[in-house]
Design a protein around this ligand. Structure first.
Ligand SMILES: [Zn+2]
Length: 342
């Protein structure tokens, strides 16, 4: 059995992957996760670096993300690295493989990425592909070089409810919408889905706040947790912040990041205030500089989800990519105007 801390509603986390620099969408998500935990008494906030891909040296990128979050004013109770937990993921995978020996829930799959891409389209939102189950029906002759997949239940627990502070209750059909997910890749790397389910469980996370592109993944992670005997938890999937022009922001594709904003002269309070405004918790029609602790007082899910249009993803306003807007203090003149610091 995995040793897990008790699940507490006030324990939250932010879990960036060190694949690039921290962009404004990441800061917005970090802020949402932070405020959602810190508004509760006896909160615990964990910063988890999702450095599962040990084939690359990500230590510099991790260090940069940590420094940027500190500069912005975030404080965490614990810092963890997935790369330190490979033994735990191995143990969890063994537990799953040992379940129900008559009809194991994990099976080897020899299909190449190309085959899988050919047979099922990627979901436009999260990129997930529903595996058609070829190797579930016809097991490969040898498990060597195979990935390991988790069987989506055909019956019984095939429908999983995700309880979300923003999206309400959402039911997903594991078999139809997610299919048999990979737990360990052919190269031996544990997948995001397995690692996150295990991490949230052992850290006693009671609320997961992240972008809505991971809403469907939550159903799978709940299912994995249940198989491992871990309790359910609550979620909040925030609408996404999109680039000017509507594209998804990306660390690796060079979306404007915290260091660039810093070079442009932005202060931590300007960036936090801007993200609070994107989240609709800011009491003013335009962004104003705000400290993180002020945001804790302003935060409520009613504001984040209020109104029919609020669940939509939002594009960054044009001012965001204008260095002058930040340099001249951006909205800092509004500080006195609105008396936020009054
Ligand atoms: Zn296969």
């Amino acid at each position: 059995m995995l040793s897990a801390l008790p699940t507490r509603p006030s324990t939250g986390r932010f879990a960036p992957s060190p694949t690039g620099k921290l962009h404004i969408g990441n800061v917005y998500t970090a802020l949402g996760a932070y405020l959602s935990a810190r508004r509760l008494r006896h909160s615990r906030f964990i910063l988890r670096i999702e450095d599962l891909d040990t084939s690359k040296d990500t230590s510099k990128a991790s260090e940069k993300i940590i420094r940027d979050l500190e500069w912005l004013g975030f404080e965490w109770d614990e810092l963890v690295f997935q790369s330190d937990r490979l033994d735990i993921y191995r143990e969890a995978l063994r537990e799953l493989r040992d379940l129900n020996p008559q009809d194991p829930v994990v099976y080897p799959c020899s299909c190449s990425r190309r085959e899988i891409c050919q047979e099922s389209p990627a979901d436009p939102i999260d990129g997930m592909r529903v595996y058609k189950g070829k190797c579930r029906k016809n097991p490969p002759s040898s498990p060597e070089g195979c990935s390991l997949r988790l069987k989506a239940p055909h019956e019984g627990e095939k429908r999983v409810e995700v309880r979300d502070f923003i999206f309400g209750s959402r039911i997903f059909n594991l078999e139809r919408q997610i299919g048999d997910a990979v737990l360990r890749r052919r190269d031996g790397q544990f997948t995001y889905q397995l690692a996150v389910a295990v991490d949230d469980g052992i850290e006693g996370i009671g609320q997961v706040v992240r972008g809505r592109d991971l809403l469907k993944s939550s159903a799978l992670q709940i299912y994995i947790r249940r198989l491992l005997g871990l309790k359910d938890l609550r979620f909040a999937h925030l609408p996404l912040i999109l680039e000017n022009g509507g594209g998804k922001m990306s660390k690796s594709k060079g979306s404007v990041d915290v260091s660039t904003l810093k070079e442009w002269g932005a202060s931590p309070e300007q960036i936090i205030g801007f993200c609070a405004w994107l989240m609709h918790i800011c009491p003013t029609p335009v962004p104003v500089p705000l400290g993180i602790e002020e945001c804790v007082k302003l935060f409520s899910y009613k504001k984040v989800k209020f109104g029919p249009n609020r669940l939509k993803d939002v594009e960054l306003p044009a001012c965001f990519s204008d260095p002058h807007w930040w340099r001249r203090g951006g909205a800092s003149s509004e500080r006195t105007l609105y008396g936020i610091y009054g």
